[in-house]
Ligand binder design. Structure first.
Ligand code: IYR
Length: 252
């Protein structure tokens, strides 16, 4: 634990990585041709805010991670809308460091499943180790992933660490990790609000092969893979509890 003096002078490795010296004016240049306009803001009364916050909590508290998908189709427009919603996320210097790849092709889903199952078998048997595998047992997961080919859509969230404009100029993406994770959270809320279910999966050691399969460029890294659709009729979920407010939050 650092003292206050040490903490105030401390730069974490992650924060250091965001800094490339103050000679890079590209983020400022972006701002020079950007006008500022009045905020569009709908004001609610305090009691409306209270009601709305309660209602939204009740809605989101019904979201569950699902691993048993029906093959029933979903209109592609719903998928487009949830991705547009994810695209409303805040991002470092508004660099929007994300790309969402929608997979609806059964052939590509099968290829992805093949990559993931072959890697996950090694993960469970070797890479993850006994403690991690034991910690997961209550989820009843293993390396066979029917959901990848059952779900009507896979949404793959790619993080862009930088982008390259039409002139070949590199634009740094600041806080791409945080930004893409926030976008993923908003994506999950949109999927839930639309009446669909998803599995937030992070296939270990599969990113490079999936990236080649989907022909993603060098600057993109696979962050998350979400099967999206409806639960099947036999769908069960673990009977888990969530932290209560007293455990979630402290007030100073
Ligand atoms: N990626 C593996 C294992 C796994 C790991 C965690 I942490 C989970 O919360 C769930 C699963 C799999 O998908 O089975």
């Amino acid at each position: 634990v650092l003292t206050y003096e040490e903490a105030i002078n401390h730069v974490s490795e992650e924060e250091e990585n965001e800094c490339s010296g103050n000679d890079d004016k590209s983020a400022w240049q972006l701002g020079l041709n950007c006008q500022h306009v009045p905020l569009q803001f709908k004001r609610y009364s305090k009691s409306e805010s209270l009601t709305r916050s309660e209602e939204y909590y009740e809605l989101m508290n019904k979201r569950r991670t699902v691993r048993h998908f029906s093959k029933e189709s979903v209109p592609i427009e719903v998928i487009h809308n949830v991705i547009k919603t994810a695209g409303t996320s805040p991002s470092g210097a508004h660099t929007e460091p994300w790309k969402f790849v929608i997979v609806k092709s059964q052939t590509i889903k099968e290829q992805i499943r093949q990559i993931i199952e072959s890697q996950e078998e090694i993960n469970y048997k070797k890479r993850m180790g006994k403690e991690w595998v034991d910690d997961l047992k209550f989820l009843r997961t293993y390396w066979v992933k029917e959901y990848i080919t059952d779900a009507p859509y896979l949404i793959l969230v790619f993080k862009q660490t930088y982008s390259v404009d039409a002139n070949g100029k590199k634009q740094m993406h600041y806080y791409s990790e945080q930004s893409v994770n926030i976008a993923a959270g908003i994506l999950l809320t949109a999927i839930h609000y639309a009446g669909l279910v998803a599995l937030t999966s992070t296939p270990l050691n599969c990113g490079p092969a999936i990236k080649v399969l989907l022909q993603r460029p060098a600057e993109e890294k696979l962050a998350l893979l979400l099967p999206v659709g409806y639960p099947n009729d036999d769908c069960v979920v673990p009977d888990i509890k969530r932290k209560a407010l007293e455990e979630l939050a402290v007030v100073h």
